[in-house]
Design a protein around this ligand. Structure first.
Ligand code: MG
Length: 160
């Protein structure tokens, strides 16, 4: 019988004008980008936490503590690749991922296909196992006025 596990992830990063913007491992042209100890890629952080949660492997902050200078400025794509390896080493395979980016800007839609390919490549799964959705925050609060962006994700894993 196949055993399934589900996990969720959430992340939020402050946005700063003039900062490089990397989302889902893809560099996006934007007047602002996420601030973080790493590159601030909230979408990959949420996806990584969903995978770790499903596999019962704690969370991103425990595996890659932001107090460790080793991870300062690190590309989150490297972190997600490492998470994918650990999930596989624990005997799980990724059934699918679904993620939501909540941001007034940058908008996800023009970059969706590229980001989807990027996440799938980092996790060595077909792109049809990765789905992304973009939402705005109706101009309300820090998400709605472009001061921050947030992401949430759900992952399903299977083990035969
Ligand atoms: Mg983060």
């Amino acid at each position: 019988m196949t055993e399934f596990r589900v996990g969720t992830g959430f992340d939020l990063h402050r946005l700063e004008v003039g900062r490089r913007c990397v989302l889902g491992g893809v560099e996006i042209s934007s007047d602002r980008g996420p601030v973080g100890h790493s590159d601030g890629d909230a979408l990959l952080h949420a996806i990584a936490d969903a995978l770790l949660g499903a596999a019962g492997l704690d969370d991103l902050g425990t595996l890659f503590p932001d107090t460790d200078p080793k991870w300062k400025g690190v590309a989150s794509s490297l972190l997600l690749t490492e998470v994918g390896s650990r999930v596989r080493e624990s005997g799980w395979s990724i059934v699918n991922l679904d993620a939501v980016l909540i941001a007034e800007r940058p908008r996800l839609a023009p970059h969706r296909a590229r980001i989807r390919e990027s996440v799938a490549r980092l996790l060595a799964v077909p792109a049809d196992r990765v789905n992304l959705k973009g939402k705005t925050a109706e101009s309300l609060g820090p998400l709605g006025n472009g001061e921050a962006l947030a992401a949430s994700a759900v992952a399903l894993l299977a083990r035969d």
